[in-house]
Design a protein around this ligand. Structure first.
Ligand SMILES: Nc1ncnc2c1ncn2[C@@H]1O[C@H](COP(=O)(O)OP(=O)(O)OP(=O)(O)O)[C@@H](O)[C@H]1O
Ligand SMILES: [Mg+2]
Length: 318
C-alpha cells in the first residue's frame, strides 16, 4: 500500500529568507494524492510563504519542490497549468461584476464563450452569488468577495487546489458551502492543500495535517492521531463554588494521579484519565462525599486546539 502512494506535492528542505527572517527554515512536505491536507501554524509560521512557493509565485532560496509531478522552479508553467489558488488576499477585479470576473477567468483558461458563460453560471449558483452576479465587485461584502475568489479557483477543477485561509471572514453557511466544494473536488480525484486559522475546520475537513512553526514542520499526521498524541480522554469539571476549587483539585489528583489544570475564572478543572468511567465515577463519589457541588462534568477527547498549543508552545520554549 505504502509503495503505491503517489504524491501531489513533495517539498524537501525549502528555505526562504526575508531580510533577517527565515520564513521557511528547511521545510519538508509530502502530500498524498486525493486528500485534503491542512497546513496549520501560528501567525508568521510560514504557511503563506510555502503556498506561494508551491504555486510558483515566489522562489525558494534553497530546497526543491514538485507539484503534480512538475518542479516548481524549472517547470513553473506546467505547475500553473495543473493548480488553482485562492490567496489570503482576494484577486478579483473591482470594476467588473461577479459574473464578468468569472467569465473573464474562464476565457483566460481557454474556455469558449458559451462554455465560459455556462461555467460562470454554475459557480455563481454553487457559491450563492447568483443574486449578486450583476453587481460590481466593488460593492460586494468581504464574504461575497471571498466566495467569488473561491469560485474562480474552482473554474477548471484543478488537480491540486491551494487555499490560503479560504473561510476566514465567511459566515457559517458560506463556510459549509466551501467545505462542500472542497469535498466534491477531492471526491473527483483532486488534492486540496489548505491553511486555516480554524482548527475545528481542519479537524472536520483535513485527512492529514502538518503543523508548521518557525518555518518547519513540527508534526504531520491525521487529526485523530495528533489528538491522541497528547493523551487520551480528559475529565472536564466545573464546580459551583470557587471556594471548592482547591479541594476538588485534590480529589482529581488523588483519583487520576495527575495534577489537574485549574482555571479559577471559569471554576473549571481538567485532568487526563485512563480508565474513563471508573475514574469519573470515583471523582463524582468523592466530590459528593465532600459536599462539593458540581455544575458541569464531561469526559472528552483533547481538541486540536490543545494539540496545536502544545506543539507550538514546545518549540517556542526550545
Ligand atoms: N514579502 C515579505 N517581505 C518580508 N517578510 C515577509 C514577506 N512575506 C513573509 N514575510 C515574513 O515571513 C514570515 C512568514 O510569513 P507568512 O506570511 O508565510 O506566515 P503565515 O504562516 O502565512 O502567517 P499568517 O497566519 O499570519 O498568515 C513572517 O515573519 C513574515 O513577516
Ligand atoms: Mg498567511
Amino acid at each position: 500500500m505504502e509503495g503505491m502512494t503517489s504524491f501531489s506535492v513533495v517539498a524537501e528542505g525549502l528555505r526562504k529568507r526575508y531580510g533577517d527572517t527565515w520564513a521557511l527554515d528547511g521545510l519538508d512536505l509530502a502530500v498524498p494524492e486525493g486528500m485534503v491536507y491542512g497546513l496549520l501554524g501560528p501567525n508568521g509560521a510560514g504557511k503563506t510563504t510555502v503556498v506561494r512557493i508551491l504555486t510558483t509565485l515566489v522562489r525558494a532560496d534553497a530546497g526543491r519542490a514538485t507539484v503534480a509531478g512538475f518542479d516548481v522552479a524549472t517547470q513553473s508553467a506546467q505547475v500553473r497549468h495543473h493548480i488553482g489558488l485562492t490567496g489570503q488576499q482576494p484577486t478579483v477585479d473591482e470594476i467588473l461584476t461577479g459574473r464578468e470576473n468569472l467569465e473573464m477567468w474562464a476565457r483566460l483558461h481557454h474556455l469558449g464563450a458559451a462554455a465560459a458563460r455556462r461555467r460562470a453560471g454554475e459557480l455563481l449558483d454553487r457559491f450563492g452569488l447568483t443574486e449578486a452576479a450583476g453587481k460590481r465587485v466593488r460593492h460586494y461584502s468581504g464574504g461575497m468577495r471571498r466566495r467569488l475568489d473561491l469560485a474562480i479557483a474552482f473554474i477548471l477543477a484543478p488537480r491540486v487546489l491551494f487555499l490560503d485561509e479560504p473561510t476566514t471572514g465567511l459566515d457559517p453557511r458560506s463556510r459549509t458551502e466551501v467545505w462542500q466544494s472542497v469535498r466534491t473536488l477531492v471526491a473527483d480525484g483532486g488534492t486540496v492543500v489548505m491553511t486555516t486559522q480554524y482548527l475545528s475546520e481542519a479537524d472536520h475537513l483535513a485527512h492529514r495535517i502538518a503543523v508548521i512553526d518557525a518555518g518547519r514542520v513540527v508534526a504531520d499526521d491525521t487529526p485523530e492521531r495528533l489528538k491522541s498524541q497528547i493523551g487520551g480522554d480528559q475529565i472536564d469539571l466545573v464546580v459551583h463554588e470557587a471556594g471548592d476549587l482547591t479541594e476538588a483539585a485534590g480529589v482529581l489528583l488523588r483519583v487520576t494521579g495527575a495534577e489537574p489544570a485549574v482555571d479559577a475564572d471559569t471554576r473549571r478543572l481538567i485532568a487526563p484519565v485512563r480508565d474513563r468511567i471508573a475514574a469519573l465515577t470515583e471523582v463524582m463519589r468523592e466530590l459528593s462525599r465532600l459536599d462539593i457541588a458540581v455544575e458541569d462534568v464531561a469526559l472528552r477527547r483533547p481538541t486540536l486546539d490543545e494539540v496545536f498549543l502544545n506543539l507550538t508552545k514546545e518549540r517556542t520554549a526550545a
